[in-house]
Design a binder for this molecule. Structure first.
Ligand SMILES: Nc1nc2c(ncn2[C@@H]2O[C@H](COP(=O)(O)OP(=O)(O)O)[C@@H](O)[C@H]2O)c(=O)[nH]1
Ligand SMILES: [Mg+2]
Length: 325
């Protein structure tokens, strides 16, 4: 164990990879390793910046990651990329594409690229990702990029691990934003219209601005800590345009969090989100178990089935019973 911690602290590639596999699998040894890594992190005070990249498949997240790695390496920073596929227990084709996109960096000892499935899945979807971030933080990476595949609830959960969330879209017209609207439009700290070499990028950027205005109207009034003004950037990973500005925006958001002392709050909020998600799952599992085995729950079920009890009443009674003991 200590040997593994020492090797992770020295950023030995194989040790880091092995530790992340442990985090995917979960269990007692992973938990012990995490505790040791946290001690190490507390001792070194690693000022890591965790960035989430989300958006529809094919938007160019991996291509942008590749560009960002180059920029960060030029600045002398060490970079890790986690390509996460929460919709699949296996690390499949999309993630394979991710690796190809970033291949030229694969042999750089200051770059670590890893794809993750959610095999273990005992503690919610974000957990293995959060734990992998702990491993990479202990290995003293300066920046950790988390790329998620797809657009669903699980991607949102994963994004709450990040300090800065970039939502990557393309000039695919209004419907694109409509589909993306369910959730990810709410969590972006930076918006990116990639493939700006294609037509309609300016229009898409304007649609996003309009959407953000609605979002701001709904938001709480700014506290004295100050508000972050969400930028909408045009990039072309293909033409290598706008990617330096993207890094500046991402880092600017991190500086904002640090200067306004919101970083710790934000990380705490992410942990609370994860707690809520995990609690919800555990309660759902428990309900499922009772539904099958418990006489009272069976009775509620059959009364609803034969229309002797309304659904709402049955749910109220079930919840009361759940909370009773
Ligand atoms: N025209 C154009 N194509 C791009 C750009 N960025 C990425 N692509 C292409 O879009 C496809 C998907 O890119 P990828 O980075 O794998 O997207 P991801 O699924 O979001 O990670 C690839 O064929 C890329 O070459 C861009 O700025 N302009
Ligand atoms: Mg990708």
């Amino acid at each position: 164990m200590d040997e593994l911690v020492t090797q992770i602290a020295a950023a030995r590639r194989r040790a880091v990879a092995r530790a992340i596999t442990q985090m995917e699998e979960g269990g007692d040894s992973a938990r012990q390793l995490l505790a040791r890594l946290r001690e190490h992190i507390a001792a070194i005070g690693a000022p890591v910046h965790v960035i989430g990249l989300t958006g529809p498949p094919g938007a160019g997240k991996s291509s942008l990651s590749d560009q960002l790695i180059s920029r960060l390496r030029a600045l002398g920073k060490r970079v890790a990329v986690l390509a996460v596929d929460p919709s699949s227990p296996f690390t499949g084709g999309a993630v394979l594409g991710d690796r190809v996109r970033m291949n030229r960096h694969a042999t750089d000892p200051s770059v670590f690229i890893r794809s993750m499935g959610t095999r273990g899945d005992s503690g919610g979807l974000a957990k293995p990702v959060r734990d992998a971030v702990t491993v990479l933080t202990a290995a003293a990476f300066d920046v950790i990029l988390i790329e998620t595949v797809g657009v669903g609830q699980s991607e949102l959960d994963v994004m709450f691990v990040a300090d800065t969330v970039a939502v990557v879209l393309t000039p695919a017209g209004g419907d694109h934003i409509q589909t993306a609207k369910a959730g990810i439009m709410e969590i972006g700290d930076v918006f990116v219209v990639n493939k700006s070499d294609l037509q309609g990028a300016g229009r898409t950027a304007k649609d996003i601005q309009d959407m953000l205005r609605v979002r701001n109207d709904r938001a709480q009034p700014a506290d004295e800590a100050g508000e972050w003004s969400v930028p909408v950037l045009l990039t072309s990973a293909l033409a290598q345009e706008g990617t330096d500005q993207l890094w500046e925006a991402l880092y600017g958001h991190f500086e904002h969090l640090v200067q306004t002392k919101q970083l710790a709050w934000r990380r705490g909020r992410g942990r609370v989100r994860e707690m809520q998600e995990l609690l919800g799952r555990k309660v759902a599992d428990e309900v499922e178990r009772r539904w099958q085995n418990d006489a009272l729950w069976q009775d509620l079920q059959s009364r609803v089935q034969s229309d002797r009890l309304s659904v709402v009443e049955a749910v109220d009674m079930a919840v009361q019973n759940l909370l009773k003991d």
